[in-house]
Design a protein around this ligand. Sequence first.
Ligand SMILES: NC(=O)N[C@@H](CC(=O)O)C(=O)O
Length: 425
Amino acid sequence: MNSYLLRNVSVLGAAPTDLLIRDGVVAETGAGLSASDATVIDAAGLVALPGLVDLHTHLREPGREDAETVETGSRAAALGGYTAVCAMANTSPVADTAGVVEQVWRLGREAGLVDVQPIGAVTVGLAGERLAELGAMAESAARVRIFSDDGHCVADPRLMRRALEYVKAFDGIIAQHAEEPRLTEGAQMHEGEVSTRLGLTGWPAVAEEAIIARDVLLAEHVGSRLHVCHVSTAGSVEVLRQAKARGVRVTAEVTPHHLLLTDTSAETYDPVFKVNPPLRTASDIAALRAALVDGVIDIIATDHAPHAVEDKECEWAYARPGMLGLETALSIALDVLGPEWDLIAERMSRAPARIAGLTEHGHDPAPGVPANLTLVDPAARRVIEPAELASRSRNTPYARMTLPGRIVATFLRGEATVLDGKAVK
Ligand SMILES: NC(=O)N[C@@H](CC(=O)O)C(=O)O
């Protein structure tokens, strides 16, 4: 195994120190360390964070390897500072059996760039009719703990209740894509003043809020763990705030794009801005940012949703929803939150690792912890060039924007996956 000596690194913004990575762990920290066998990295001005953990990544394999593979998505993740990602189940075939989740898990191990933790489908084929083999997926080599039909809502309340009851036995989580389907039929963007002006069918905020309200009551009734995917409205924040105050076991995520972009992006008719749930309004963004700071929203998750060119560069109504996220998430967090390193570490690493039960991840770099960490240059600014992204797809909404921060290096169990801002393999 390789050893690395980081010279003058700032751990979460603290005074510079040296940090030695050896045998897969952080071996030592302190001033003036020496290690003749180690590769020395001048980390002056760089900040070390626990490796980021993404609870919501679409890797597209099996089935749409033209849009992303486990390997290309893993590389994009490592370049974004991630050491673990949870892979959503809406692949083809759907990850609704032990066989498919084990395949994804094995592909992640082979790529060896981040830990890939598969999420299992809640219902067979994401069809919302029958529960998938949740127990078999939990007992498989992939040890699935989070189940989600993401891309689709588990709309049937009886099925949702049974899913929550089922996973309680092994402290599993149901991660809900909150979208009341009858309220979003034909929807193209956020329902509001802009959709009216553009003549596009609206996706009302209440379609999300109504499902979250129902699900927190179901989770409370059953005593199970609920996670709410990509929260996008101020009203959802209020429902979550009340549920958490009552002690409901609910956690919630917000995406980088819902913290930054508004429905006015649709005025360009550029489908790169089409996403589910849709981009909302400036007042929603303000509520989401405040909830991220006060903890009503637990984590930032990317909802990295790669799509092939033909699925995005077409008429708005025919384009698939979704945008890339892994390679830009930390920059957006820095832009939105500022250099609040402890908050960033909590929302992008420790809390998602805790929720997903990824015990090797989410530890602040300190002697004895697994060396899953990332090095950020907070002073760097970079222009996002879609062609330069490691993802196999190009659908970033930040094309040609200048964003703060750059990932200089990422380490997975002590081995570099990224060095000098480039993927090692
Ligand atoms: N978030 C998205 O806009 N797209 C997701 C699934 C989904 O949530 O619709 C995808 O898989 O592409």
